[in-house]
Ligand binder design. Structure first.
Ligand code: NAD
Ligand code: WQD
Length: 344
């Protein structure tokens, strides 16, 4: 009997890629998305890739009545909760929007799960909860201290992790897995779905590909005076399809009756890569010369953070195995496809 997974935020960047992998793994999927940061035609792309059209309900996860109806209409076994607002800078300007959207949406799901006998939830957390790990704590494990959030967005991730812990501690008949993503990048190898930032991209890779294709004049590298080998910040860039596959493994585990009620996993490659190394790797992988220049540091940037993913490797039986070269090529192919389709 096929199990049905509710994917909130499923027309978004990570949610759409995860929906593809869930379908490939034999699950039925119901996507709920309010299309505040994505487009409905992503569903067409998922169908084109998999041959299966997931059910789609346009709804706001903050609308408890709407979510109650979705969970009545479909035999949901598990939930992957991607739906959230995720722009760090915007969260500083509009904190209440972020607290409302990111916290109320989760509380609604947790309140409805027992009523509908939904057993498991996977929550999209972020390495942002670690802040700047102390040097002795790099690569960072799940046991690393949680640092005071540097933004309301990061705070919503920390608060949501605590809400899940407290709900389970109160005896809620559910299980949860918190996945702390590092920096997801790239696009599906088909170039049918990918990352589609609205407006000027904040994140590095979309800015790189938009500069390479001529949409942006020049990539600014924020700071070259950090305490790193080449002076630029270090991150753990993980291929979004590898990240998506981690969710399939986590869903299998959270629906497995013998696994613990609450688990946390770092989802990263375990390799730290500097901004300058990304630029060099992109130029090598694509043959495209990038117009870039050093610029002052960006406020709020973490100097260096990368994952120790051993727990996920061992317990989930999952490992990020796509090379940085192939990952960056997928991002470039997606940008070329967007131009071909007249989208960007
Ligand atoms: P995204 O913006 O592409 O996807 C989020 C989706 O949720 C969008 O389609 C948006 O329309 C939808 N949405 C937002 N609020 C909603 C609501 N109230 N009801 C229904 N739908 C709603 O973002 P993403 O990059 O795919 O991130 C997905 C999740 O992963 C988010 O929770 C984000 O915080 C987390 N995350 C992302 C990154 C990253 O670098 N992309 C890193 C760590 C964690
Ligand atoms: C990566 C590196 C920049 C753009 C953010 C959020 C985090 C998570 C992932 C949601 C940094 C440098 C970037 C540019 C640059 N999102 N950079 N020039 O900041 O690590 O993480 O996205 O959970 O919460 O904070 O990702 O891609 O913005 O930056 O030099 O034009 O690239 O300084 O070192 P970040 P990013």
């Amino acid at each position: 009997m096929k199990q049905t997974i509710l994917v909130t935020g499923g027309t978004g960047f990570i949610g759409s890629h995860t929906t593809v992998e869930l379908i490939n793994a034999g699950y039925d999927v119901v996507i709920v998305d309010n299309l505040s940061n994505s487009q409905e035609n992503v569903i067409d792309g998922i169908e084109e890739i998999t041959g299966v059209r997931p059910a789609f309900v346009k709804a706001d996860c903050c609308d408890k009545e709407a979510m109650d109806k979705v969970m009545s209409d479909y035999p949901i076994s598990g939930i992957i909760h991607f739906a959230a607002s995720k722009a760090v800078g915007e969260s500083v300007e509009k904190p209440l929007l972020y607290y409302r959207n990111n916290i109320l949406s989760l509380v609604n799901l947790l309140e409805l799960m027992p009523k509908h006998d939904v057993k498991g939830i996977i929550f999209s957390s972020s390495c942002t909860v670690y802040g700047q790990p102390d040097p002795e704590n790099l690569p960072v494990t799940e046991e690393a201290p949680i640092k005071p959030a540097e933004s309301p967005y990061g705070n919503t991730k920390q608060i949501n992790e605590e809400i899940i812990r407290d709900d389970i501690a109160s005896g809620a008949p559910i299980k949860a897995i918190l996945l702390r993503y590092f920096n997801p990048i790239g696009s599906h190898p088909s170039a049918i779905i990918g990352e589609l930032p609205t407006g000027v991209p904040m994140n590095l890779i979309p800015f790189v590909t938009q500069t390479a294709i001529g949409i942006r004049e020049q990539l600014k590298v924020f700071g070259n005076d950090y305490d790193t080998p080449d002076g630029t910040c270090i991150r753990d860039y993980i291929y979004v399809v590898d990240l998506a596959k981690a969710h399939v493994k986590a869903m299998q585990r959270v629906l497995d009756t013998d696994s613990p009620q609450l688990e946390v996993f770092n989802i990263g490659t375990g390799n730290g890569c500097s901004t300058k190394q990304i630029i060099d790797a992109f130029e090598k992988a694509t043959g495209v010369k990038l117009n870039w220049a050093y610029a002052p540091r960006r406020a709020g940037d973490i100097e260096k953070v990368w994952a120790n993913p051993e727990k996920a490797n061992k317990v989930l039986g999952w490992k990020a195995d796509t090379s940085l070269e192939d990952t960056l090529k997928s991002a470039w192919n997606w940008q070329l496809k967007l131009r071909e389709r007249g989208i960007q």
